[in-house]
Ligand binder design. Structure first.
Ligand SMILES: [Zn+2]
Length: 720
């Protein structure tokens, strides 16, 4: 098998006379995989009337794709059912908290995944139409389950929030079942859902209803948490349903789900019902859809590609599966007549491709191959509207050549675990969204990531489940950006991590609430108390005074905690009013660092960069160093971004280059007791480079033209 590389193509949309030329160009670009049957006319173009399947076009497409050595990944179509289903069952459309049906002919995912008619129709479509069709094709590769699973991520009204779904009777019944499973008795639910003046006592299971408002509208916290956790479970469960159906008839071919994270309108999947970690457990592989140009994200968030791909890579690693990119931006993108948001060009194709390869992506597909003239929203494309080559296709063909040159290595190499992990919890994110503080959490995660990323550390994401099951012990540092909700078991596991030698970094308001969003009585809670070496923590009101540290003043940000340190805990810095601001405790063989303000989000919002400066000072003192570092004149934020891929005998460093000038740089790589026998660098043509070894560090000098990527390959002598 070869590394999987290709593009999305809609044979139902483009004339059959164009297929041959398109497929030939794909093959010439080093591609071997086409994704089809996505949102552009799949189920609704196949099952024209109930039970009347028209699959000839797809069969002819499979056959022609085979002539050009292209395999096909097919989607299950469940994101956009045909209109006859809605005509026959008018209540199959998802229902909002305000009692409004999702507007038809707007976005996909309008049908309710708990409606029996939808389930019956989508099961039958998959079982009777798609599976027999695909199984008869020798070049069938595998499956994409639905498309960008979850509720619609676009608001139905200009500038509004996206709506809450789904409140239909089937979903209410399913929720009731889920609640009954979770709590067992009505007394337990009534206790758990207690809330201020708007609490109810539930005397019948039929009394259980989904909340129609967020806690910020004076509605119960625990009930809100349950409602959105239910949806994250429900969509993961739907993925499992389609996966199981496929496997009954087609066990050899892999299933997958394409999704995203950090999206505008819904950063952490609270409204859309998206828990990437759970979904990854239910299918063979997961993929993300990468669009840095949409909304021109890199202009305001230069770390976007890295944090997005590190998140997806971490989710895949947690499930022990491969990380795929079902969609990667292929040309000018975003905006209607006044667009594009970003004029994606050949440089971006190379750079985004290197980002993908460098973050362990094992299947890489552009979206789309060709644009649709009926949808005059800029959305990329490698060829023009007439199917002619563009400079972007040339770049994609170059990347294709690079992939083929290193095919076996890229398939087997892995990104080693990060030195640093960021803890994220869906419950914490759901709570903060419920009280209108989702952007605070987003800023906190970004700030924590960015500070460490800029220092060349490799950052992974982990969940409370991984804290408890011991995966956390693979890391040297764990950060807890705006982790307001921490349950008792996680807190104790975090203290074990410290006891066993880890460094735990907490920020203001850490572990204030329990698993159901209620107040912990004594702060810090057991576990965090020992780990951080703090006697007492109390929330204070703004303004936050500046912090004096190492002879400089740094602004506090947003929140502050008044903390009382244990006698043996070091106070590294104080606020200007004398209260401890940064404390460092030794616990077991590890350390707990507490920063009593929001230095996580504050890293991006205030001058001075306290978090980065502090980490740059402290981590090397504790012997925690990045595996690969890069240095060049006037390095600011990691404009040149190195990514390490390893096999036992070879390492490759893929440099994604955002620097606007030619640069001479020095890359330092840990040898881990080995020395290189050859080092080469380049893109399509590689040449030996100058290098030196100092102790266990390999130093490599390279010159990088503006925005040009580079790969450095190190072949190691056998381990002594
Ligand atoms: Zn529903």
């Amino acid at each position: 098998m070869n590394y999987l590389y290709g593009a999305s193509y809609s044979p139902l949309v483009f004339p059959e006379s164009a297929w041959e030329s398109d497929l030939r160009l794909m093959k010439e670009a080093g591609m071997n995989l086409v994704r089809t049957g996505d949102v552009h006319g799949s189920w609704d173009r196949v099952e024209l009337q109930e039970g009347n399947y028209q699959l000839d076009t797809f069969i002819r497409f499979y056959e022609m794709a085979a002539q050009f050595d292209q395999q096909v990944i097919f989607t299950t179509g469940a994101s956009c059912p045909p209109l006859w289903l809605q005509r026959k069952h008018p209540d199959v459309v998802i229902l909002s908290n305000l009692g409004q049906q999702y507007p038809m002919a707007a976005s996909y995912h309008w049908a309710c995944i708990h409606h029996p008619a939808f389930l019956e129709a989508s099961d039958r479509y998959l079982r009777n139409a798609l599976l027999p069709m695909a199984l008869a094709q020798p070049n069938h590769f595998g499956w994409q389950i639905t498309n960008e699973i979850g509720f619609p991520f676009m608001p139905t009204q200009q500038n509004a929030e996206i709506e809450l779904y789904c409140y239909c009777e089937h979903c209410q019944a399913k929720f009731r079942e889920w609640v009954q499973q979770k709590y067992g008795t009505l007394t337990a639910v009534s206790d758990a859902w207690m809330w201020g003046t708007t609490a109810f006592w539930y005397n019948e299971w039929d009394d259980i209803e989904a909340p129609r408002a967020k806690p910020s509208a004076w509605s119960g916290v625990t009930r809100w948490l349950d409602w959105r956790l239910f949806w994250q479970w429900a969509f993961a469960n739907f993925a499992r349903r389609q996966h199981d159906l496929i496997k009954q008839q087609d066990s050899p071919h892999p299933t997958s789900v394409n999704m995203f994270n950090f999206k505008g309108f819904d950063r952490f999947g609270t409204f859309t019902g998206l828990d990437q970690w759970q979904i990854a457990q239910n299918v063979d592989h997961i993929g993300y859809d990468l669009y840095p140009g949409s909304g021109n994200k890199l202009a305001s968030r230069p770390e976007h590609n890295s944090i997005f791909l590190d998140h997806g890579r971490s989710v895949s690693q947690s499930a022990g599966t491969d990380f795929w990119l079902h969609e990667m931006e292929s040309g000018p993108i975003g905006g209607w007549l006044m667009g594009p948001d970003y004029n994606t060009g050949p440089v971006d194709i190379w750079r985004n491709g290197f980002e993908a390869l460098g973050h362990d992506v094992k299947l890489l597909l552009y979206q789309p191959w060709r644009e649709w003239d009926y949808q005059p929203l800029h959305w990329g494309a490698l060829v023009d509207l007439d199917g002619n080559e563009t400079p972007r296709l040339k770049a994609a063909a170059g990347l294709g050549q690079f992939i083929r040159n290193h095919d076996a290595f890229l398939q087997t190499a892995r990104v080693p675990r990060g030195e640093v992990a960021i803890l994220e919890s869906k419950a914490n994110a759901i709570f903060l969204r419920g009280v209108n503080q989702e952007e605070d959490l987003f800023a906190a995660q970004r700030g924590a990531y960015r500070a460490l990323w800029e220092l060349d550390y490799r950052v992974d994401f982990i969940t409370p489940a991984q804290v408890i099951n011991g995966t956390i012990d693979d890391y040297k540092v764990v950060l807890l950006p705006l982790m307001g909700l921490i349950d008792a078991e996680t807190a104790v596991s975090l203290s074990n991590f410290v006891n066993n030698g880890g460094l735990l970094v907490g920020f203001a308001r850490c572990g204030t609430l329990d698993h159901q969003g209620w107040s912990h009585h004594q702060l810090p809670i057991s576990g965090l108390r020992e780990a951080f070496g703090l006697v007492r923590v109390e929330a204070d009101s703004p303004p936050v005074p500046p912090i004096r540290w190492n002879g400089r003043s740094y602004p506090g940000y947003k929140n502050r905690d008044l903390v009382e340190a244990m006698a043996e805990t070091a106070v590294l810095a104080t606020f200007e009013d004398g209260n401890p601001a940064i404390t460092l405790a030794k616990y077991g063989t590890g350390h707990g660092l507490y920063i009593a303000t929001q230095a996580d989000s504050g890293y991006l919002q205030t001058e001075g960069g306290l978090l980065k400066t502090l980490m740059a000072d402290l981590l090397p003192q504790l012997g925690i160093k990045p595996g690969v570092t890069i240095s060049y004149t006037d390095k600011n934020i990691r404009e040149i971004d190195p990514h390490l891929l390893v096999t036992p005998s070879r390492s490759m460093i893929l440099l994604a280059n955002y620097h606007q000038q030619d640069v001479t740089a020095r890359v330092a790589v840990k040898g881990n007791g080995r020395s290189p026998h050859a080092i080469v660098a380049g893109i399509l043509e590689e040449e030996p480079v100058r290098w030196d070894q100092q102790d266990d560090t390999i130093l490599i000098d390279i010159t990088l033209p503006q925005e040009e990527p580079m790969a450095i390959t190190i072949d190691w002598h056998d381990t002594p």
